[in-house]
Design a protein around this ligand. Sequence first.
Ligand code: GLN
Length: 455
Amino acid sequence: ISSVDITKSYIDRIDKVESSVNAYITLTTTQALARAEEIDDKRAKGETLGSLAGIPIGIKDNMCTKGIKTTCASKMLEDFVPPYNATVIEKLNNEGAVLLGKLNMDEFAMGSSNENSYFHKTMNPWDLTRVPGGSSGGSAAAVAANEAVFTLGSDTGGSIRQPAHYCGVVGMKPTYGTVSRYGLVAFASSLDQIGPLTKDVEDMALVLNAITGYDKLDSSSYNKKYEDFGENLKKDIKGKKVALPKEYFSDGIQPEIKEKVIDVAKKLEELGAIVEEVSMNMTDLALPAYYLISSAEASSNLARYDGVKYGYRANNYDNLVDLYKQTRDEGFGKEVKRRIMLGTYALSSGYYDAYYKKAQQVRTLIKNEFDKVFEKYDIILTPTGPSTAFKIGEKINNPIEMYMNDICTVPINIAGVPALSMNCGFDSNNMPIGVQFISKAFNESTILQMAYAYE
Ligand code: GLN
């Protein structure tokens, strides 16, 4: 089968379902076909091809693509065309991937339902009246609806894993520092990580191999030799130690989710793993710490959108300060403004010690707690979220309730460790349920090995 044929079949699929799913913001199908032809030519000439040659993919719209709009689903960047590629885009290009388009998301990656996009809502392909999750909702929906073979998302507090859980696909946040953030529009720099969303665990290993690695353009990129993530995939999991932290199975978690995740633990036990219950007392503190730290960093990162250098500029203003004010008032959506206000407040003098400093101290305690569990266990197994995909509109007017969706995912970003979510069944509404595999830093291959054994 030729690259052109594969690409065409995905374009046909997009033509068929995109009007109901709405996963993409920008489609680049014409360029995709030209690119596929190029790859077929290379193949015909016997040239060596990359590991992803001819594979049609989609990218979350917060990663810079040279010559292609990168909007962050915001009015602020509605017409922004980057003059350079993010490092992940360069890497995928080098491996021969074919870009079908840029995917919808919550504005500046803030949200859990994709309802915060300036452009349109994305629907959950399993039930079009429900949300796909967020903020990488377009990335998850596109994989679930077969509108791309795989996609990239970004995960600051669960934005890859929670939509993967809602859409029944595999999503992974790698260890902080393994995938370059160069060219990823910053939300909260100490938490942001790029990762793949795929159909299965084997694809996950393949894509991770393509995008990880040291990058001198990202100051937090970790310089080490990265292993082949597929290497351990098929190895026996006998003797691996799995921890089930009881705080992740509390009353707030939908009972069907708890059941299915326990079933995963049982299956791993049958395969020879040793499963034990543990306690992680700091779990409750992760959500408030996350919303403080991420909003504080966001308030600083988003200060660059002032109507001067690039992006949206207000039409009517009296003076320079008014230009800033009008531009930011008109260019940012409600949730983004809420985070900027929250973050600016937490960083103000007089409040810094009480909020930001406290949150950073809590962060250390959470990280230490993870380290301690990983002294004895290879994997921590939890639900990915407290509920399955909810109805569009159900939570949009209640920010606290919306933030509660992130209780199982944010501790992982706070600790900087890797985690994967994959499907482990369906609830009584036939909506997918995700299970989360967590390991210590730079131990992605154990996560993949365990996930593959379960799959
Ligand atoms: N839902 C979380 C938030 O709104 C996660 C965001 C993310 O991971 N980008 O902050």
